[in-house]
Design a protein around this ligand. Structure first.
Ligand code: 3HC
Ligand code: NAI
Length: 703
C-alpha cells in the first residue's frame, strides 16, 4: 500500500496504490492526507491530480474498516476531502474503470473530474446497508438535480463515462485521463461544489420538496424490510436542500454512523465478504482450469434451455442434444423470445442477440459432442436415464472433457460409475430459471479432481453466477436445508395452521414467497417424487402430498395445489386460499392422530421454519458438505430469497444467539417430537457461547 507521487509542470500526481482495488483504507488515507496538505502548501504547485494504479481508480472505502472502531488518530476519506476543501489548489480526479463509493466522493470534492472511456462511477453503499458518508449525499445534488441524485444513490446506478459526461458529472473523457487532467488544471479555476446550492428538478418549486422527499420514501421498501438505509439516505439528501452545506454534512455523518453500526448493514457486509470467499477453496489454489470453448447441454427442457442461454451469454458455443422435436421447437422459441425481449428493452443490440442466438445449436446425435470441453446433463430426474446418458457421453466426448449433471437430488458418485472418468464428473446444479437465477451449486463427487472443480468455477464466473461448492449430499446444500424447512411448514399445516398463514408469516419475515406458494410453483409432483425416493429425509406424518398428487393438484401448472389459481387473476399465478385444502389437512391429521392446536403464533411459525434451516445448516457443516456458514448464507440469499439484510440463516442464528436457537430446538423436541434433534455442531457452539461467524475462522472441515 502506497501513494505514488510525481510532478509534471506544476501539477502533482498522487497515485493510489492499494491492491487489489486501491481501497481508501484508514491506512491509505493516513498517507494521502499529509501529501494533500504538502501539495497545498507548495508554492510551485498549481494543482493536484488523483489517479489509481493498476487500471482502477478506487473501489472506495475499505469495507473491513467499518468493523473497527476508529481512534482519534484514525484518518478517513472525510479528512482527505476536508483538506481538499481547505486548499486553494486546483484538484482533478483522473478516473480509469471504477470510482466507487468513497472514491466517487473524493472525485466530487475535486474541481474537475476526467474519465477514460472505460470509467464507471457509482455509489454501491446502499447494497452494503450504508449511505455515501463522505459528502456524496451533499455534493451530488449540487451537480445533478435532487431527484436524479436520489435515483443514482438509491439504485446504485453504474454510470458509464458517456452517461456521466452527459450529466455533467465528468467534465471530460479522454484516452489518457491523467494527461487530460493536467491540461485542464493548466487553464482551470476553483469550482467547489460546497459553494453551490442543491439543484431542484426543472420546473419544481422549492415548496414541492416535501413531495419529492415523501415520494422517495414511498419508493423504497419499509425500514424493517430492507429499506433501513434507503430511508436514511433520503433524509440525508433532504438535508442537502434544507440545511447549509456544513450542517448537511454533519447530518450525513450522523446518519452514516448510525448505519455502520446497524444490524442490516453488518448483515449485508457479511454477504459481501461471504460472496467473495466462495472461490477460496482449500486445495484448489494450484488447480488448473481448462478453457471451455465448446459446451453441450443434454436435454432441451426447462432447465436445459436456460443453461444453454447461460453458455450463450457467456460467449461459449453450445450444442443442445434433445431427441423430441416438440421440445426443440419450444426451446428455440424460448431462446428467441428471450433475446427479442432483451433487444426490445435495450439491454442487447440486435447484432449481439443474433450472435448469441446463433451460438446455440440443436441436434439429436451424441456423435457431435466429440470436441466438447464441458457437457451439462439436464434430462429427467431418473438415475437409470442419467447413467445411460453418462455412459454415452463417456464413449464420445474427448478424454479430459468434463461431464456435469444438473440433478437436484441424485448421487453424483453413482452417476460417475457409468463412466471411466469419475475424476471429470461433477454436479453443476442451476436454479430455475437457470438464465436468471445467480446461484450455482458446484458439487464435488468423491473422485472429482481439483482441475475439474477449478474449470467449473471458471465457467461459473464467465456466466456471472455466484458459485458455491457443495459436497455430494442428498439435495446438496440448498435443497437439503429446504427439505427440513418444508417439513416444518407442512407439519404446521397438519397442526391446523392454514397454509396461507404460514406463508404470510414467512413473507412478513422477509422471504419473497411463503413455502406453500413455493411448493405450488415448483410442483407438488416434485415433492411427491422426492418423498417417495427418500422417505427418511422427507419425513411426513400424514399423506397430504399423496392426496394432492392423486387429485392432480400439482400446483400452479394445473391451476390448483395447496392454493387455487385463477387464470383471469394475475395470469394464474396468484395463490388463492382454498378452504378444501385446509379441510383436507384436518382430515389427514385426524387420520394420522396429529393433535390440532389453536395457539400457534407467527413467531412460532418463523422459528420452526428458520431454525429448521439453521439446524440442518449446522449438520451440513459438521459433515463437511458445506465449507463455511457463509457459503450456506449465500445459497439462501441468492437461491431462496432469504432476506439479505438478515445475512442468511447462519448469520441470523448468530444475531438471535446460537444458544437461543438451541434452547428453542430443545423445547421443540420436547413438545413436537424427536425429529427436532439439535445438530452436534449447533450444540457445541451453543454450549461454548460461540458463533457461526467464529466457526468460519477455523479450518474448513471439507477439503
Ligand atoms: N473494501 C475492501 N475490500 C474490497 C473492496 C472494498 N471497498 N472492494 C473490493 N474488495 C476486495 C474483495 O473483498 C476481494 O478481496 P479478496 O480477493 O480477498 O477476496 C478483492 O477486493 C477483489 O474484489 P472482487 O472479487 O469483487 O473483484 P472484481 O474485480 O470482481 O470487482 C469491484 C471489483 C468492482 C471494485 C468490486 O469489488 C466492488 O464492487 N467492490 C465494492 C465496492 C464498494 O462497495 N465500495 C463502497 C465502499 S463503502 C464507502 O465507500 C463508504 C463511503 O461512502 C464513506
Ligand atoms: P424437463 O422435463 O423440462 O426436461 C427434460 C428434457 O430432457 C426433456 O426435453 C426430454 O425430452 C429430455 N431428455 C430426456 N431423456 C433424454 C436423453 N436421453 N437425451 C437427451 N434428452 C433427453 O425437466 P427439467 O425440469 O428441465 O429438469 C431436468 C433436470 O434438471 C432434472 O434432473 C431436474 O431434477 C433438474 N433440475 C430441475 C429444476 C427445476 O426447477 N425444474 C431445478 C434444478 C435442477
Amino acid at each position: 500500500m502506497n501513494v505514488g507521487t510525481s510532478d509534471r509542470g506544476g501539477v502533482r500526481i498522487l497515485t493510489l496504490e492499494n491492491p487489489p482495488v486501491n481501497a481508501l483504507s484508514f491506512a491509505l488515507c493516513a498517507q494521502l492526507l499529509p501529501l494533500v496538505e504538502a501539495a497545498s502548501a507548495d508554492e510551485r504547485i498549481k494543482g493536484v491530480v488523483f489517479t489509481g494504479a493498476s487500471g482502477i481508480f478506487s473501489g472506495g472505502a475499505d469495507v473491513n474498516d467499518f468493523s473497527t472502531e476508529p481512534t482519534p488518530e484514525t484518518k478517513t476519506i472525510r479528512d482527505v476531502i476536508d483538506a481538499i476543501e481547505r486548499s486553494e489548489k486546483i484538484f482533478a480526479a483522473a478516473i480509469d474503470t471504477n470510482a466507487l463509493g468513497g472514491a466517487f466522493e473524493l472525485a466530487l470534492a475535486c474541481d474537475y473530474r476526467i474519465g477514460t472511456p472505460r470509467a464507471r462511477l457509482s455509489f454501491p453503499e446502499i447494497q452494503l446497508g450504508l449511505l455515501p458518508g463522505a459528502g456524496g449525499t451533499q455534493r451530488l445534488p449540487r451537480l445533478v438535480d435532487v431527484q436524479e441524485a436520489l435515483q443514482i444513490m438509491l439504485k446504485a446506478t453504474r454510470l458509464t463515462a458517456e452517461e456521466a459526461l452527459a450529466k455533467g458529472i465528468l467534465d471530460r473523457v479522454g484516452d489518457d485521463a491523467v494527461e487530460t487532467a493536467i491540461a485542464v488544471i493548466g487553464d482551470g479555476r476553483k469550482r467547489r461544489l460546497s459553494e453551490r446550492k442543491a439543484i431542484l428538478p426543472k420546473g419544481v418549486v422549492p415548496q414541492a420538496l416535501p413531495f419529492i422527499v415523501s415520494q422517495a420514501h414511498k419508493m423504497v421498501p419499509p425500514e424493517g424490510k430492507g429499506g433501513y438505509a434507503a430511508h436514511k439516505l433520503v433524509d440525508a439528501v433532504e438535508a442537502a436542500v434544507t440545511l447549509s452545506f456544513k450542517h448537511g454534512l454533519a447530518r450525513e455523518f450522523r446518519l452514516f454512523d448510525e448505519l455502520v453500526r446497524s444490524k442490516p448493514s453488518m448483515a449485508l457486509r457479511h454477504v459481501f465478504f461471504a460472496e467473495r470467499a466462495l472461490s477460496k477453496i482449500p486445495g484448489l489454489a494450484g488447480a488448473h482450469a481448462t478453457n471451455v470453448a465448446q459446451a453441450a447441454v443434454i436435454g432441451g427442457g426447462t432447465m436445459g434451455t436456460g443453461i444453454a442461454i447461460c453458455f450463450a451469454d457467456a460467449g461459449i458455443a453450445v450444442t443442445v442434444v434433445e431427441p423430441v422435436d416438440e421440445q426443440v421447437e419450444r426451446a428455440k422459441q424460448t431462446i428467441f423470445g428471450m433475446y427479442a425481449h432483451q433487444v426490445q428493452r435495450g439491454r442487447l443490440t440486435q447484432e449481439e442477440a443474433w450472435t448469441r442466438g446463433r451460438s446455440v445449436r440443436f441436434t439429436d446425435d451424441y456423435g457431435e459432442l466429440k470436441e466438447c470441453d464441458l457437457v451439462v446433463e439436464a434430462v429427467f430426474e431418473s438415475m437409470d436415464v442419467k447413467k445411460d446418458v453418462f455412459a454415452k457421453l463417456d464413449a464420445v466426448v474427448k478424454p479430459g472433457g468434463l461431464l456435469a449433471s444438473n440433478t437436484s437430488t441424485l448421487d453424483i458418485d453413482e452417476i460417475a460409475t457409468a463412466t471411466k472418468r469419475p475424476a471429470q464428473v461433477l454436479g453443476m446444479h442451476f436454479f430455475a430459471p437457470a438464465n436468471i437465477m445467480k446461484l450455482l451449486e458446484i458439487v464435488r463427487g468423491k473422485a472429482t479432481s481439483t482441475d475439474a472443480l477449478a474449470t467449473a468455477f471458471a465457467v461459473g464466473k464467465k456466466m456471472r453466477k455466484v458459485a458455491v461448492l457443495s459436497g455430494n449430499a442428498f439435495g446438496f446444500i440448498g435443497n437439503r436445508m429446504l427439505f427440513d424447512y418444508a417439513r416444518e411448514a407442512v407439519f404446521l399445516a397438519e397442526e391446523g395452521v392454514p397454509p396461507y398463514r404460514v406463508d404470510a408469516a414467512m413473507k412478513a419475515f422477509g422471504f419473497p414467497m411463503g413455502p406453500f406458494a413455493m411448493f405450488d410453483l415448483s410442483g407438488v409432483d416434485v415433492s411427491w417424487h422426492i418423498a417417495r425416493a427418500r422417505p427418511d429425509v422427507m419425513t411426513g406424518r400424514t399423506k397430504i402430498v399423496d392426496r394432492l398428487y392423486e387429485m392432480k393438484r400439482l400446483g400452479q401448472k394445473t391451476g390448483a395445489g395447496y392454493y387455487r389459481y385463477d387464470k383471469s387473476k394475475g395470469g394464474g399465478r396468484e395463490p388463492i386460499r382454498d378452504a378444501s385444502v385446509e379441510a383436507l389437512f384436518a382430515q389427514e391429521a385426524e387420520r394420522a392422530g396429529v393433535a390440532q392446536r389453536s395457539n400457534v403464533s407467527d413467531d412460532e411459525i418463523v422459528q420452526r421454519c428458520v431454525y429448521a434451516l439453521i439446524n440442518q445448516g449446522a449438520a451440513l457443516l459438521e459433515q463437511g458438505i458445506a465449507l463455511r456458514p457463509g457459503d450456506e448464507d449465500i445459497v439462501y440469499v441468492y437461491g431462496y430469497g432469504f432476506p439479505p439484510h438478515d445475512g442468511g440463516p447462519m448469520w441470523y442464528a448468530d444475531e438471535v444467539g446460537v444458544k437461543s436457537v438451541y434452547d428453542a430446538i430443545l423445547h421443540f423436541r420436547e413438545t413436537l417430537g424427536a425429529h427436532w434433534q439439535p445438530a452436534r455442531l449447533l450444540e457445541e457452539i451453543a454450549r461454548s457461547g460461540g458463533t457461526f461467524a467464529a466457526y468460519e475462522a477455523k479450518e474448513p472441515a471439507h477439503a
